[in-house]
Design a protein around this ligand. Structure first.
Ligand code: SF4
Length: 398
């Protein structure tokens, strides 16, 4: 057991939350606009909360002397949650392993704080945030965050949420511990085998904190310009925000120029402007359907019955009857191998590696080439494929 602290309780959200900083730093008025819209927690968010609670229990046991009997009874309660999946254990163990190896790398036991609420008011009006795990020792402040999502990779580099936690932690602990370097790690086991890590000197962090103060003031006041970008995907206003609608629909007006076919010089601009148009359209349609189902009027649209399907009244009874009628199992059931990700979940990462990866039964194939904006953090694709394998038709050059 090491010196440290663990806090508990519900995670509240500030108007300018650290987790939303990526959005409100780009689009300051989004924070006030969002606060006028209902906040519904997605299933993915609920699953994330459960994974965080399980991680916290594991940290309590590893570092704060939580007795095995209490740990087991608390864990059992969490495992009864309707969203619990066994693979959560493996993912939260990856988080625990990372923190354990970090803690053991210090010459003397570091200070550990778990689920620590941090005061951010020096930088953000009424700002606070809750950091998953803070480890301090040997002149270093480590901020470690667990992300349960699989859809969007969250890199540690220049991550504003993590930098805000680091500022809050620095302000809370600098009086007690000498801190020269900030280390940030994001453990996102569904996306990366190894955590994403990044570090910066304290001076750079403090300078960044100063630089965001005017933006935070603007955001708190609901002022500033609406700015459309990839951050809109995380905004509650993403479907109906006028700035976004106008930006997306302008995409169509950017194309017509003199030659009937657009050239490569225009393709990049049109694609950039139209980025997000498909998901925005689907979000808006979903919202309009909900409104129409509630009895609201969405001019020009109505609700119709979608394509129906067939289903067994009682699968067991139906199959038992078919068997009685002499239908063989080979007709009723299809034997199918599990996919590699399913098998990895079923076997656990360790056994999967021992039985499949190490004997050479699994090879990694490169992903298909995908077009990404120049700011994308991934390295540029190393083309092993011929362009004609990817493109069937290409715009004519004018
Ligand atoms: S959808 Fe985008 S532009 Fe509109 S408020 Fe949200 S972040 Fe800003």
């Amino acid at each position: 057991m090491v010196a440290g602290e663990i806090a508990h309780g519900e995670r509240a959200h500030a108007l300018l939350s650290a987790s939303g900083a990526h959005r409100w730093l780009h689009c300051p008025p989004s924070a006030r606009l969002e606060s006028t819209l209902p906040d519904t927690e997605s299933e993915a968010a609920k699953r994330g909360t459960l994974a965080h609670e399980i991680s916290e229990l594991k940290l309590q046991k590893a570092f704060f002397g939580l007795k095995a009997a209490k740990f087991n009874s608390e864990l059992k309660k969490k495992q009864k949650h309707e969203l619990y999946e066994p693979v959560i254990e493996e993912h939260t163990n990856a988080y625990l392993d990372y923190i354990q190896s970090l803690v053991h790398s210090f010459p003397t036991p570091p200070h550990i704080a778990v689920e620590r609420k941090l005061d951010l008011t020096e930088y953000i009006p009424e700002g606070f945030g809750t950091s998953d795990c803070i480890v301090i020792g040997a002149g270093r402040l480590h901020i470690i965050d667990y992300k349960n999502g699989s859809g969007v990779p969250v890199p540690a580099e220049d991550n504003p949420q993590m930098k805000l936690y680091a500022l809050g932690a620095y302000k809370a602990f600098a009086m007690w511990f000498p801190i020269q370097e900030i280390h940030i790690a994001i453990v996102q086991p569904k996306v990366w085998n190894n955590p994403s890590e990044w570090s910066l000197p304290v001076e750079d962090l403090l300078a960044w904190g100063e630089s965001i103060k005017p933006i935070a003031q603007q955001a708190f006041a609901g002022e500033g310009a609406y700015s459309v970008g990839s951050h809109c995907g995380f905004c509650r206003a993403k479907a109906t925000c006028r700035a976004r609608v106008e930006h997306l629909l302008e995409a169509g007006t950017a194309a017509p120029k003199k030659p009937p076919l657009i050239g490569w010089d225009e393709v990049g601009e049109v694609l950039k402007k139209a980025d997000g148009i498909v998901s925005w359209y689907n979000d808006l349609k979903k919202l309009a359907l909900a409104e129409a189902l509630k009895g609201g009027d969405v001019p020009g649209w109505k609700v119709v019955e979608g394509r129906g399907g067939r289903e067994y009244v009682d699968l067991d009874k139906a199959f038992a009857y078919l068997k009685e009628q002499g239908i063989d199992d080979s007709i009723l059931f299809k034997r199918q191998p599990l996919t590699l990700p399913q098998l990895e979940d079923a076997l656990t990462k360790k056994v999967y590696k021992e039985l499949l990866v190490e004997p050479g039964h699994v090879v990694s194939r490169p992903g298909a080439p995908a077009l990404a904006q120049i700011e994308d953090k991934r390295p540029a694709y190393n083309p092993q494929v011929k362009p004609e394998d990817v493109f069937s038709t290409a715009p004519e050059q004018s």
